[in-house]
Design a protein. Structure first.
Lengths: 314, 717
């Protein structure tokens, strides 16, 4: 049975959920596994193990998923039309990167109803780096009539490991695209579904979580949580050395990574609360990075690849 | 060896070579064009193929193109003579070729009759003519073009397949190589070259067959790509002008932006957009920065100089019939301006000084602490400088204002506005300070204290701004040297070279009395008495002084046109007060042309050599004893030196360096007589020492303006 949702006449553009669906369909047709958001707080789709870990090693992989991404310091109590504590990304990984990847990407815009010839679309230099993940890549931000809609990156390193083959990461900023398609000024005004706006669904969450992370979080408790998660992650990674045979295959490095993600989020919470001093900031980030890099190296060993680290020509 | 005449060499052919790429960063294209051109020229020249050729290169976002005209079809053939056995071995007694001659002929693949005799220093030898046939341009290009691509240097390269594959700035997706209208077989980064290019991503075809550069340029144009950057820039300029005329406004000029948009677009077109005039209540600096740095739009001004509520955007498209592109750009700009307006209001909910504690969370350098710590050091040094100037009677020197400006200078680093628009640091602080009622002197000083941004950029407008700018830069240089962050080669993360140049430029341009060594000492003291309470060793202070003086030398030589030896002469005499050094340089340059001067400089050089040889150090406490004089020339020189010395002293004190130098130049006759008539290294030790002492005194007295013994001769670098 086909259900056809009838939209009001004056509305235009895809709804937020249409975006999820259209992009999912498009990328499934390109051979992607359709994954789901990761269930640990992350600051970006890159931190989902489907990206961070899958890009390691030689096995080809294609995946797409929506990832709600939490950035506590970017919260604005729901008062800013474009800035959010939590925003939604559609993340695609293509491993290895196909030669016509830009064309495929542009077709995905067409699938969203954007007529390429009627717009000014450009790929403008923007290299991406995540210091807490030891990951970086080369690429662009894609601008649609001056609006950044996608981060397009050829991953070069993840967890401090040189990648081979190279994966392409596409990260669509869904709120921006949706506001553009619907021609509204504030993200809170666009329609999520036929009869609900983004504001209906998310405003309260923005208000409360901004209030929490800026004004009410217990910095001391968060700090000790950070330490606890770091300790567990470290112990888990340390234990991998001794694991052998069947135990080695099922050794829970994925759990170590979860703890590492927790650390990253807790760090962001402390940062938003303004309790990190200058020297401490760099040191805490380095601690998370160390965890991420060690986990990545162990994971690569576990899946039977070899970490190739070499001097990268500047 | 000489090139053989060869008819095929007369024909000249052309090469079209294109590296098809995913979007190359616009800022890197001009240098890449230049690299590619230089690489091709160099490699062709190494193959003897560069005579009479022209190489032009063109960059656009998706391509780097080389056009070589006047290429020879092949390298010239080269004829050589190969020497064989000596005549005595090559021919037998009756003159018939021996086995040695026959085997030489066989080895050289020539008939024995073609062998001939040549005269060598060792006697007559058998020889054979050999022609080394030149390789064709086609063969050579096949190997050198991939090299020419590989040798382009980029700030940061990447791989798009894997570690063992090629590296470039962005993935290479196609290669065009056409030599003399025919496809050239070669491969670059694993891609086989063809005679097929691609047009504009949205305006052109994805497969265009090309046979020559002219054909390529024409077909690309009809496929939405203007290959020559100069033509793109012209198109942009023309359309900007047309909009300005129609709208009765003028472009807010920005040469860098013009260049950037030239390289950002393959088919640039200019569209006009508008914004809500209510945003014009924001300061121009903020509006322009948002438009230029973030959106790459040109701001426009009314004839009166005020900003107009319009902008001109350069798009990579032919036109915008439905106005969709304009609407999109307007929408983005509206959001940006709304942000800026929000920051402008929310930042000012508290006063600028209230941001001071927040600077504790902004790191300057891990060992040097936060900007909060830096502020205290900058305050101390800025106050010290201003106090010096006040004591010298400079009317504009107000210590309290310098202190206040230094206190506020870095506060904007903690504001939302600067966090969002970092290039507005200083400017935002200055604007907030002014809006919050700080005196102009203080507000302008905060606004200006990062100046100069470069050697051709302006310095702070007022004295307080100069004090804060100098103190800030001194603190950066002294602090970084103290913790071992010293610029090497291309690595200068804290831009210390620029800071040192800024120090030199401010002092010279504003003619500020600053003792560099004392100023470095003051900054060092601030580092010791305020956080992080770090000491600076005398060696480090000397190293810092040298570092700054190196920049001063550069400015005097390269920007003010003083000779290498002139700068050395003045710096050797003494250098601490740059304005004073500059005065001495001007005087020296002027007097140098007079007739007595160069010969006197030669004599000074001679005196220095004599003294060095005799191991006499200047000012060792000996005095000339006139009783030991034996020659009239000694007495003449002695009295000339005495008379000149007192004149020179007083003129120097009065800052009349040219007059002082003229007096010194007047010593020439007495010096010449002395050397003509007197033998310095006399046998009598007392007489000899007395003469040396006289010369030492002369050198000591008369090299304090400039040390002439540095002048002339070959340039020492």
């Amino acid at each position: 049975m086909r259900v056809k949702v009838k939209l009001e006449k004056k509305t235009k553009g895809l709804t937020f959920q249409d975006l999820f669906l259209k992009l999912s369909q498009f990328w499934v047709k390109q051979g992607c596994v359709l994954q789901q958001p990761y269930d640990v707080e992350v600051g970006a789709g890159t931190m989902h193990p489907e990206t961070f870990l899958r890009v390691l090693g030689p096995s080809p992989y294609r995946v797409g998923y929506v990832q709600p991404s939490r950035r506590p310091a970017d919260g604005r109590y729901g008062e800013n039309p474009n800035r959010l504590y939590k925003h939604y990304q559609f993340q695609v990984i293509l491993k290895p990167s196909p030669a016509n990847v830009q064309d495929i990407y542009l077709k995905s815009l067409t699938a969203l109803g954007i007529r390429l010839k009627e717009h000014d679309i450009r790929f403008e230099e923007d290299n991406w780096e995540s210091p807490t993940l030891g990951a970086w890549g080369i690429g662009w931000q894609v601008l649609l009539d001056g609006l950044e809609i996608t981060q397009f990156t050829y991953f070069q390193q993840s967890g401090g490991i040189d990648l081979d083959p190279i994966s392409v990461e596409l990260t669509y900023g869904l709120e921006r695209i949706c506001a553009f398609l619907q021609g509204v000024e504030s993200v809170y005004d666009f329609r999520w579904s036929a009869d609900k706006t983004y504001g209906d669904i998310r405003l309260l969450e923005e208000q409360q979580l901004s209030e929490y992370s800026f004004d009410r979080s217990d910095a001391g408790a968060i700090r000790s949580e950070f330490e606890l998660h770091e300790k567990q992650a470290k112990e888990l990674v340390d234990g991998f050395k001794g694991a052998a045979g069947k135990d080695r295959v099922r050794y829970p490095l994925l759990a170590a990574y979860d703890h590492c993600l927790k650390c990253s989020h807790l760090f962001n919470l402390m940062d938003a609360r303004g309790v990190i001093s200058t020297t401490e900031r760099a040191a805490l980030m380095a601690r998370v990075r160390t965890l991420a890099c060690r986990t990545a190296a162990a994971y690569l060993e576990q899946i039977g690849g070899s970490a190739s680290r070499r001097e990268v020509r500047a | 060896m000489k090139p053989a005449a060869n008819s095929t060499m007369e024909r000249r052919i052309e090469l079209l070579f294109e590296i098809g790429c995913e979007e190359i960063p616009a800022g890197m294209l001009p240098k890449a064009e230049e690299d590619l051109r230089a690489n091709i020229e160099k490699l062709l020249s190494a193959e003897n193929l560069s005579e009479g050729i022209t190489v032009e290169t063109f960059g656009a976002p998706r391509r780097l193109t080389a056009w070589v005209q006047g290429l020879p079809v092949k390298q010239p053939d080269v004829q050589t003579e190969v020497t064989g056995p000596p005549k005595s071995v090559a021919y037998d007694s009756v003159g018939a070729p021996t086995r040695a001659a026959l085997s030489f002929a066989e080895k050289q693949r020539v008939h024995v009759n073609e062998l001939f005799l040549i005269q060598t220093p060792k006697g007559e030898y058998l020889a054979a003519k050999q022609t080394k046939f030149g390789r064709t341009a086609e063969q050579i290009l096949t190997t050198i073009l991939p090299r020419a691509v590989h040798d382009i240097t980029w700030p940061r390269s990447m791989t798009w397949t894997g570690l063992d594959a090629a590296r470039f700035i962005r993935p290479i997706r196609w290669i065009v190589a056409v030599l003399d209208r025919k496809p050239l077989k070669l491969s670059v980064a694993g891609i086989t070259a063809r005679n097929i290019t691609r047009g504009h991503r949205f305006l052109g075809s994805n497969a265009i067959r090309v046979s020559s550069f002219a054909d390529y340029e024409k077909k690309l144009y009809s496929n939405g790509v203007i290959i020559r950057p100069a033509r793109r820039q012209e198109k942009i300029a023309k359309e900007l002008e047309a909009h300005a005329k129609r709208g009765n406004y003028r472009i807010h000029e920005d040469a860098e932006l013009r260049k950037l948009v030239t390289y950002l677009n393959e088919y640039p077109s200019v569209i006009q957009g508008a914004f809500d005039p209510a945003f014009l209540s924001l300061p121009d600096e903020i509006l322009i920065t948002v438009m230029r740095d973030h959106q790459k739009y040109f701001a426009v001004e009314k004839k009166s100089g005020e900003l107009a509520p319009h902008f001109l955007a350069v798009i990579n498209a032919d036109k915008d019939p439905k106005g969709l592109i304009r609407a999109g750009h307007e929408r983005v700009l509206r959001a940006r301006f709304a942000d800026a307006q929000f920051f402008w209001q929310s930042d000012q909910k508290c006063r600028l000084a209230d941001y001071l504690p927040k600077l504790e969370r902004v790191t300057y350098e891990s060992r040097l602490g936060s900007y909060r710590d830096k502020v205290e050091r900058v305050r101390a040094t800025a106050c010290w400088l201003t106090e010096q100037w006040f004591n010298l009677g400079m009317a504009q020197a107000h210590v309290a204002e310098a202190d206040r400006a230094a206190e506020l200078a870095k506060c904007d680093l903690a504001t939302e506005m600067v966090r969002e628009f970092t290039e507005l640091q200083g400017i935002v602080g200055g604007l907030y300070a002014r809006a919050q009622g700080e005196p102009d002197e203080v507000a302008d000083a905060v606004y200006d204290h990062y100046r100069p941004a470069g050697l051709d950029e302006p310095i702070p407008r007022n004295l307080t701004g100069c004090a804060v700018a100098l103190a800030d830069k001194l603190d950066s240089v002294v602090g970084c040297f103290a913790v071992g962050v010293i610029p090497t080669g291309s690595s200068d993360p804290y831009a210390l070279r620029r800071a040192a140049l800024g120090i030199v430029k401010i002092i010279l341009e504003k003619k500020l009395p600053v003792s560099l060594s004392l100023a470095i000492g003051a900054a060092a003291k601030a580092l010791l008495t305020h956080k992080p309470k770090r000491g600076v060793t005398p060696d480090q202070e000397a190293q810092i002084l040298d570092f700054i003086l190196d920049r001063a030398k550069f400015v005097f030589r390269e920007r003010e046109g003083f000779g290498y030896d002139e700068v050395s002469a003045v710096f050797r005499a003494s250098v601490d007060d740059l304005v004073d050094s500059q005065k001495r340089l001007v005087a020296l340059k002027a007097i140098r042309k007079t007739k007595n001067f160069e010969p006197l400089a030669v004599s000074f050089k001679r005196i220095r050599k004599i003294l060095e040889k005799a191991n006499v150090t200047l000012g060792d406490g000996h005095h000339v004893n006139p009783e030991l004089f034996e020659h009239a020339a000694e007495r003449e020189l002695y009295s000339a030196v005495r008379a000149a010395a007192s004149k020179v002293q007083s003129q120097k004190r009065a800052g009349k360096y040219q007059e002082a130098l003229e007096v010194i130049a007047g010593l020439r006759k007495a010096v010449d007589h002395f050397f003509d008539g007197v033998m310095v290294m006399a046998d009598n030790e007392a007489v000899r020492n007395n003469r040396l002492t006289l010369l030492a005194e002369l050198l000591r007295e008369f090299t304090t303006v400039a040390d002439f013994s540095e002048l002339g001769g070959e340039e020492r670098r």
